[in-house]
Design a binder for this molecule. Structure first.
Ligand code: UD1
Length: 385
């Protein structure tokens, strides 16, 4: 174990790893070497943030950054949290605040109080926040109140739908940030329009880094041509409050999934199960084959094996696009508008549009590469140096 050095270092107060990180590893050729004493605290808490953290943590280690991981505890079931750390070889969190579920105010407030203590103890050079969850917003507020530099990964996304908690979280976080790390040109344009061009950097999408790598690992050798079998299942996920929390709408969505031809593998988020149970709606009906939330490699494999995806998840829309499967998005809009090109992704704002959209012929056009070249994480680390 390396000796602690430098006055920014403080004695570790918590966490299984303890002490200082081990010796720096050399940066990969062509990557910029970050000052080994740069201390970055990454704050994550929900499933999609663990996926984004995986390539970033690896790039931080390769560049010799003193990288600490703080888990808010927003997601806590093994299938929603630990499995991602294990499957994606992410170092265990240095701190887990164990905040758990709650209303937006209670959950965000508990995280804010806990993170303030952690940030005081860690005194990082950067607080790095990911995406648009309540964990993102809590960490952003805690950082700026302590005058700590704040970097926002996946900055500049907009749905322009103020009903979405994620839209509040991402807009507020972008405007609190000192560095807005944008995944796409469209996100850069949003930041510019809001007067944030001065802090914006285009780095690409770190989910591209991890998606392709995991796909290479899970894609069966005999299916390297990437063609799903014609009678393959569809993969579905539904978890957004706008879709789950209104009984009539949820019933209509489930009825549409159940009416699709072939099998529909529905990976049920805990919110979906809870709401269906509360409203007395059956999830296991018709074409629907109910499954547990999938670990990340299993999710990538399920997309590859599918003839198409039906979802309201942002990450899954993009994974379908990256992996070349048609997606139907059960929402009135998407932040990832690049996926709509040539009909690779189609919006189904109303449940009665789901069947027609999900049974459309698969597009045959080449897909562009709007989400970067799979090396975004190294650019994130360079931007923080
Ligand atoms: C959160 C994010 C959303 C993201 C999603 C990914 C916010 C506002 N929303 O939504 O942007 O797309 O994560 O999954 O931050 N629950 C469990 N076990 C868990 C976690 C949650 O049972 O491990 C249940 C609880 O009943 C909880 C509900 O799921 O109340 C919702 O969890 P929460 O973290 O509040 O929001 P998500 O819907 O997961």
């Amino acid at each position: 174990m390396a000796e602690c050095s430098g006055d920014r270092r403080q004695e570790r107060l918590y966490g299984p790893r303890g002490g200082c990180l081990g010796p720096s590893q050399p940066a990969a050729p062509g990557e910029r070497q970050v000052n080994a004493r740069t201390r970055v605290v990454s704050v994550v808490g929900a499933r999609p943030q663990f996926v984004k953290l995986a390539p970033v943590a690896e790039a931080m280690a390769a560049a010799g950054v003193d990288h600490r991981i703080v888990h808010s505890g927003q997601h806590y079931d093994a299938a929603m949290s630990q499995s991602f750390f294990a499957d994606l070889a992410i170092p265990a969190p240095d701190v887990n605040l164990g905040v758990g579920s709650g209303s937006h105010g209670h959950q965000t407030g508990a995280m804010l109080a806990g993170l303030e203590d952690v940030f005081r103890a860690e005194n990082p050079d950067w607080v790095l926040v990911y995406g648009d969850t309540n964990t993102t917003l809590a960490a952003a507020i805690a950082a700026v109140k302590l005058h700590l530099p704040l970097a926002h990964l996946e900055a500049g996304l907009r749905s322009f739908n103020r009903r979405m908690p994620e839209e509040h979280n991402r807009v507020l976080t972008d405007h609190a940030a000192d560095l807005a790390l944008a995944p796409t040109e469209v996100a850069m344009a949003h930041l510019e329009r809001e007067g944030l061009a001065g802090i914006a950097r285009l780095v690409g999408d770190v989910m591209t880094d991890v998606c392709h790598r995991v796909a290479d690992a899970v894609r069966p050798a005999w299916r390297t041509e990437a063609a799903p079998s014609a009678d393959g299942p569809r993969l579905a996920t539904i978890h957004r409050p706008d879709n789950t929390d209104d009984p009539a709408r949820l019933e209509a969505i489930l009825a549409a999934l159940a009416a699709l031809p072939g099998r529909v593998r529905l990976a049920a988020h805990p919110r979906l199960r809870a709401k269906a149970s509360e409203f007395g709606l059956s999830l296991d009906r018709g074409a629907i084959e109910l499954i547990e939330p999938l670990a990340y490699p299993a999710m990538v494999a399920a997309v590859l094996e599918s003839v198409g995806v039906v979802t309201d998840s942002g990450g899954l829309q993009k994974e379908a696009y990256l992996l070349g499967r048609p997606c139907t998005t059960v929402r009135p809009e998407t932040e990832w508008i690049e996926t709509l090109a040539d009909g690779w992704n189609v919006l189904a704002p109303r449940p009665d549009g789901i069947v027609a959209a999900a049974t459309r012929p698969s597009p045959e056009t080449e897909r562009a590469q709007p989400y970067g070249d799979g090396h975004a994480a190294a650019k994130v680390v360079a931007a923080l140096s």
